[in-house]
Design a protein around this ligand. Structure first.
Ligand code: MN
Length: 234
């Protein structure tokens, strides 16, 4: 029997609608600049004819259940929301084709890619990794997973976010620059995707800052809702 120096961390788990079994999260991939209007608001427009998608990762330990209250994070004064469709992988794939998307997808979730925007942009503009801006504690908020069922490979559907009830983001999944099959084809040129991997597919325009006391709510048609309360700084 293996003995440990200290208790190994538990595998992060997500609830699954209609199933008592939980979804163990293996890796978190995030797609950058995957809606034109958001890429423009970040000052980095995308020309799909010459560009490829790009990715960053968050540690699975950054996951937070929807509905949680998180402390206003340390080290930032510009803490942003990003509303995103999350794709949960249920079957392995490597160098796949677009027709493999349906079998690889276990389901979907509504997610928030919370961001320390000031730290991210300093890193970006200095040509440094932007982990401090993205891969920080409690930065990956995720709803329960909705099994793919009859949804198929999602290509349309409203995606929206409100802060204290006021709409900040309102778009449609059809506006994704790289759709779900295209992302799976591209990402599996670089990684062996495995069950338990989840992919935040990018945020539409309208990102902005929140402060202590704010309540974020978000919805994706046919998928579900996500919410987050912003607590006091530690
Ligand atoms: Mn994002």
């Amino acid at each position: 029997m293996t003995h440990y120096l200290f208790t190994p961390p538990a595998t992060p788990l997500l609830p699954v609608r209609g199933n008592t079994a939980r979804f163990p999260v293996r890796r978190i991939f995030c797609v950058g600049r995957n809606y034109h209007a958001h890429a423009v608001e970040m000052g980095k427009p995308v020309d799909k004819s010459t560009a490829r998608p790009f990715y960053f990762t968050k540690s699975p330990s950054t996951l937070v259940d929807s509905g949680a209250t998180v402390p206003y994070p340390t080290g930032t004064s510009n803490y942003h929301f990003e509303m995103e469709l999350v794709v949960a992988i249920g079957e392995a794939g490597f160098r796949v084709t677009e027709s493999d998307a349906q079998r690889m997808i276990y389901g979907y979730a509504a997610g928030l890619d919370m961001t320390r925007r000031d730290l991210q942009l300093v890193a970006r503009d200095q040509g440094r990794p932007w982990d401090l801006g993205k891969d920080f504690e409690k930065s990956a908020v995720c709803s329960e997973i909705i099994p793919i069922g009859n949804l198929g490979v999602l290509s349309t559907g409203a995606i929206a976010l409100q802060v204290n009830g006021e709409t900040k983001q309102s778009a449609d999944l059809s506006q994704l620059i790289w759709n779900i099959p295209e992302l799976l084809v591209d990402l599996t040129q670089f990684y062996h995707l495995e069950p338990g991997d989840i992919i935040y597919t990018g945020t539409p325009e309208g990102v902005g800052a929140v402060k202590t006391g704010d309540h974020i709510t978000g919805q994706i048609a046919n998928v579900g809702d996500v919410s987050l309360h912003i607590g006091a700084a530690e």
